[in-house]
Write a protein that binds this ligand. Structure first.
Ligand SMILES: [Zn+2]
Length: 174
């Protein structure tokens, strides 16, 4: 019986995912019917599965905060128009984003996309850029938005580079 228990225990994760063949499911269920030990195992594993869910939710919550924050950064830096403050805030932002995600492409996306989108929203009604919505006007708008996004992204990536160096540095001394 203990041998059968260890087999059933190994099968339980697949059983929960419903990834077993019908005959194997029958075997597991037959065993569960007359084995209190394995029923308990199934019950506790269900509980621990439930514990993972809130954790995932907090992570999505943090993702959301990051995205909102990046948009706020984008809006703020273009409203204030203070060149020096955006350099510092984007370097810090890039650094934090890298520490959080450990992925340089996310730093790139999160620092460029909001600025790009905001630059378009901000300038689409600006007569300085767009007068009669011609092809050249839209082109200028897009190029301008790309330029602003790139400018912000460079400093975010510099911040991320600092984070990468810092991580290497702390690994060496660990
Ligand atoms: Zn058992």
């Amino acid at each position: 019986m203990p041998q059968e228990c260890s087999i059933v225990e190994d099968l339980l994760p697949l059983y929960k995912k419903q990834a077993l063949q019908t005959t194997t499911i029958e075997f597991v269920e037959q065993h569960l019917a007359d084995c209190e030990h394995c029923r308990q195992k199934l019950a506790t594993s269900k509980q621990s599965l439930g514990h993972h869910l809130p954790m995932k939710r907090t992570l999505t919550f943090f993702h959301l905060i990051f995205i909102v924050l990046s948009f706020m950064f984008a809006i703020n830096s273009s409203l204030v128009g203070n060149q020096k403050s955006f350099v510092v805030s984007y370097a810090i932002f890039g650094c934090l984003t890298y520490f959080f995600y450990k992925n340089i492409w996310i730093v790139f996306a999160i620092s460029s996309v909001p600025v790009f989108v905001w630059a378009i929203i901000n300038n689409i009604n600006n007569p300085l850029y767009v007068t009669d919505y011609t092809f050249t006007d839209i082109g200028t708008l897009l190029i301008g938005a790309c330029y602003i996004a790139l400018l912000h992204t460079i400093f975010a990536l510099l911040g991320a580079a600092f984070a990468i160096i810092l991580r290497r540095f702390t690994k060496v001394f660990r």
